[in-house]
Design a protein around this ligand. Structure first.
Ligand SMILES: [Zn+2]
Length: 295
């Protein structure tokens, strides 16, 4: 069994200091430590991630990857924090809860479509899942599907998520008003009505309207900028579309999949890919087509 990681080395430029798990929280991590934490064993340069689970926070090692059938480990071989993931043994791998899986674009599209239907066509979702053979057939099918779902969690590229899963991990959908403390640090589908797109001092973001006095936004992160050059340079597309739709009620409905965090601003959903954002169930290219029609 690898030793539990209760502190990590923060290394940035000339700085090198020990940080304790007890000092860490999601906002401190996001603002300062993310990308700069390493294995507490000085000899080892394994990258460490801070994560918020359902009941507790923890440090974990950046995910190992399988490249050409070979496991690429983060820790050096004799490191006491060395994690042995059963990456090669498929049935065991499926049960490894600590593994993060990147979502496929098909899965993302399905989840976003469902988020829209949940808001505007709830009857459509109620009918789904009922087979002609009646309830029994449907529920046993659901049960057998559930058995095959990997226990791994949904992750984003910047978390070091693995590329392939035998089955896609579940992605929960929540209205922005329902986000609670336990959601911070998880990858989820979040939906809500957009107010406007703002080119903020830190990041460009879509401000969401909320029912309480909580502030919430969808942020176009550095990872988004790096992965989606064309869309990032053209965020005015979203801005124009939101402004145009805002002239009427209801306001434009945004569904997105990203990591939910809390920062100085409030609730933040960090997205890394343009396909992980839809407005009124339209993706970036459909929005461009619509805008061209408006002119
Ligand atoms: Zn190590």
């Amino acid at each position: 069994m690898p030793r539990r990681i209760i502190n990590a080395i923060y290394r940035e430029g000339e700085t090198e200091e020990i940080v304790l798990l007890s000092q860490m929280n999601e906002s401190v991590y996001q603002n300062k430590y993310k990308g700069f934490l390493f294995c507490p064993n000085k000899e080892c340069k394994a990258r460490i991630v801070f994560a918020t689970g359902e009941k507790r926070t923890y440090f974990r090692t950046w995910k190992s990857k399988v490249v050409n059938e070979e496991i690429m480990d983060e820790h050096i071989e004799d490191c006491p924090y060395f994690v042995e993931h059963n990456l090669v043994d498929k049935p065991l791998r499926r049960r490894d809860e600590s593994l993060l899986y990147k979502l496929s674009s098909d899965h993302i599209n399905r989840v976003l479509k469902k988020s829209f239907d949940r808001q505007f066509n709830p009857s459509k979702l109620q009918n789904r899942g009922k087979s002609k053979d009646g309830e029994k057939g449907a529920s046993s099918r659901v049960r057998s599907e559930r058995r095959q779902v990997p226990q791994g969690s949904a992750g984003l590229g910047s978390d070091g998520a693995l590329d392939k899963a035998e089955r896609e991990p579940s992605v929960f959908t929540k209205s922005v008003d329902d986000i609670i403390e336990a959601d911070y640090g998880t990858v989820q589908c979040v939906d809500g009505f957009a107010d406007k797109l703002i080119f903020g001092n830190d990041y460009p973001y879509i401000l969401l309207t909320t029912k309480n006095d909580k502030k919430a936004r969808i942020v176009f992160t550095e990872a988004f900028a790096a992965n989606n050059d064309a869309q990032y340079k053209n965020l005015v597309v979203y801005e124009k579309y939101i402004d145009y739709l805002s002239e009427n009620e209801p306001k434009p409905f945004c569904s997105c999949i990203g990591k939910v965090t809390k920062d100085n601003f409030g609730v933040t959903v960090n997205i890394e890919d343009y396909i992980a954002l839809r407005i009124n169930n339209k993706n970036y290219y459909q929005i461009i087509r619509d805008i061209n029609k408006i002119k």
